[in-house]
Design a protein around this ligand. Structure first.
Ligand SMILES: Cc1cc2nc3c(=O)[nH]c(=O)nc-3n(C[C@H](O)[C@H](O)[C@H](O)COP(=O)(O)OP(=O)(O)OC[C@H]3O[C@@H](n4cnc5c(N)ncnc54)[C@H](O)[C@@H]3O)c2cc1C
Length: 597
């Protein structure tokens, strides 16, 4: 029951017909990306994810990673899977060719990573953190640091970690206390404790390269006094061979609600003489570097929302086809598979429609990331950059919140069996639960959205997107039938609510910032709902064209239109209510005095 079959058909549709793979393939550096090559990569990765990663998901959850005297053992099969993963070249997919990577466009690597995350979220976190660390070294590392660390990290011989969080510093990294003392040889000695460090210790590889945020003694207070350091578990000699063990250790692993197989480590730096660290870039600019990398990291976690939703949907769908219970409402007779009952259909459709909507937005943003990085025209790069910046908190916040909702609905489809661990549906909900927390909680994403992305620029980028959405509205008016009329009217209401809410935020921000922040999460969800509706509507229009042209894949395209209709009536229809919470909900949020709680 817990098999995973990659949704290749939908992935291909979104990549090729919605997100513009052909355009991305024309960008400099992407010339070798043909539709055939992409199909091959997806097929191969689907095999690997389905046959190697997915079967370990449940057993690894049950076993968990274990700690013994500083060493961490990952669950049975994980180490071997990691070996296959790196030998297959999967780790190198996103890294630059200069250091042994394949530098695939984001639009191509995104479905690949989605599959790993659907198949086995805990496993996928190790390469995700390594990719983040590679990016940090690439971004501001010296030539020497790049030469020493990147080739091995790209091939996956060494993994990477991100060490931001401390007991007193989570959302607010200004509170970081870990110290870094400069040495006469230019290196630093690091002292401090980091908590919640994903894959901070494990048995996959011979070395782990920790990226650590710390303060030098004379650093200014707050966010402007934080620097970024490379702290290897084993020091690395000039010829790339491993040297002495560094003064860093894993003190314990956390016991968690989900992602049991992913070791979440408490890390102690400098218990003795101090852990040797190497400054990345300049002192006091660590957090600034982290901000530059943030889009990629938040995007990657946003992808976890759709990945878990897809897996939960597949599981629930299989169960709904098998489980026989109650007679058909209209047909009478014997008990039927529960998929025939309207409420179960509603649940399955809400899982399917929202998963497709999230995938659509995430892949469209991936294509924009490619254009922002590679388009020859500066204007086009800037336009896409602005779009990506605006959408990242939505991709992260809306997708992960929706992923949790979908995993929960998946349990509901199973009835009592969903609550029983043996079925496997519960694991998706437990695993999904972290995704709205790490890499910035939904609250933090929504602050970023309303403050930096909307108010600060007077809603300028969003206005451009709203215009594009209105264009789709007009096209919907020309499409035939009730489905398109319903989609159009819901989209029009959603777009208007989003526009009004954004105007309200811009107008209110300076005078009553708390009122705006009181509605920040509803605004983020509103934007997610409407963006999803916009892209589902576009998908429906494309599908209609295919049907008009006599496509061979009639069932797929018909389903796209019907799914968009469902999304409009059941999900997009919530937009006006969310707008109410944004524009008129603040009074209730802040009304009580603290002693009234
Ligand atoms: C399993 C797991 C893996 C992790 N992996 C890593 C890792 O690899 N590396 C790493 O460095 N960290 C990691 N983290 C830490 C994670 O990023 C933090 O837990 C997260 O950023 C939230 O910080 P916090 O836990 O201190 O919560 P807090 O910051 O204390 O937040 C508590 C609540 O207050 C809200 N809040 C706080 N500030 C604001 C604000 N300004 N406005 C509105 N609401 C606010 C939050 O939204 C939240 O609801 C991991 C955590 C877990 C549980």
């Amino acid at each position: 029951m817990s098999e995973y079959k990659a949704p290749i058909r939908d992935m291909q549709f979104v990549m090729k017909e919605l997100a513009g793979l052909a355009e991305v393939a024309k960008l400099p550096g992407c010339e070798e990306v043909s539709a055939d090559l992409v199909d091959q990569i997806l097929e191969e990765n689907a095999k690997f994810s389905g046959a190697v990663l997915a079967p370990l998901n449940k057993s690894a959850d049950e076993e968990g990673s274990t700690w013994n005297n500083g060493a961490v053992t990952t669950p049975k099969g994980f180490k071997e899977a990691y070996k296959q993963f790196t030998e297959g070249g999967w780790n190198a997919l996103q890294a630059p060719t200069e250091f042994g990577g394949q530098d695939l466009p984001k639009l191509v690597s995104t479905p690949v990573v989605e599959m790993w995350k659907s198949a086995n979220l805990s496993f996928s976190l190790c390469p995700m953190l390594t990719a983040g660390s590679i990016e940090a070294v690439l971004l501001r590392g010296s030539e020497e640091q790049k030469r020493l660390f990147l080739p091995k990290m790209v091939e996956g011989t060494w993994t990477g970690t991100m060490n931001l969080t401390e007991p007193q510093a989570g959302s607010d990294l200004a509170l970081i206390k870990t110290r870094a003392l400069r040495q006469s040889d230019g290196s630093y000695r690091i002292h401090g404790q980091k908590i919640f460090i994903t894959y901070g210790e494990h048995d996959f590889t011979e070395n782990i390269i920790h990226m650590v945020l710390a303060r030098t003694p004379e650093a200014p207070e707050g966010v402007k006094g934080i620097s970024l350091f490379i702290v290897p578990k084993f020091l690395v000699n000039q010829d790339g061979s491993l040297g002495a063990r560094n003064d860093v250790k894993c003190a314990s692993l956390e016991h968690k609600l989900g992602i049991h197989a992913s070791p979440t480590a408490v890390m102690i730096y400098g218990e003795k003489e101090g852990a040797v660290g190497y400054l990345v870039g300049e002192e006091n600019r660590g957090l600034e570097y982290m901000f530059i990398m943030m889009n990629a990291a938040r995007f990657a976690v946003g992808l976890e929302g759709v990945a878990i939703a897809e897996r939960a949907y597949q599981h629930a769908l299989a169960y709904a086809k098998e489980r026989v219970q109650s007679r058909d409402l209209a047909g009478g007779g014997k008990a039927v598979p529960i998929i025939r009952h309207p409420d179960v259909r509603r649940m399955l459709m809400s899982m399917k429609a929202q998963t497709e909507a999230m995938r659509a937005l995430i892949y469209v943003v991936a294509a924009a990331m490619d254009k922002a990085r590679r388009a020859p025209d500066k204007e086009e790069r800037m336009r896409n950059h602005a779009f990506v910046d605006l959408m990242i908190p939505v991709v992260k916040g809306w997708s992960t919140e929706t992923g949790i909702e979908i995993a929960s609905t998946g349990i509901q489809v199973h009835g009592g069996m969903g609550f029983i661990e043996e079925t496997g549906a519960a694991q998706y909900l437990r695993d999904a639960r972290i995704t709205t927390i790490y890499e910035g909680t939904t609250g933090i994403q929504s602050n970023d959205l309303v403050g930096r992305k909307i108010a600060r620029e007077g809603g300028a980028t969003l206005k451009v997107v709203l215009q594009i959405m209105k264009g789709v509205e007009t096209e919907l008016g020309r499409a035939p039938g009730d489905d398109f009329a319903a989609i159009r009217s819901r989209l029009a209401a959603g777009v208007k609510t989003l526009a009004d809410s954004a105007d309200w935020i811009v107008a209110t921000y300076a005078g009553d910032i708390k009122a705006v922040h009181a509605g920040a999460v509803p605004f983020l969800m509103l934007m997610g709902h409407v963006c999803g509706g916009w892209l589902m509507a576009r998908a429906a229009l494309i599908a209609q064209k295919q049907l008009d042209g006599g496509t061979q894949d009639k069932l797929f395209y018909e389903a796209k239109i019907k799914t968009a209709r469902f999304y409009a009536d059941h999900i997009l229809s919530k937009a006006p209510g969310l707008g109410e919470s944004v524009m008129r909900g603040a009074a209730g949020v802040m009304a009580l005095a603290e002693e009234q709680f």
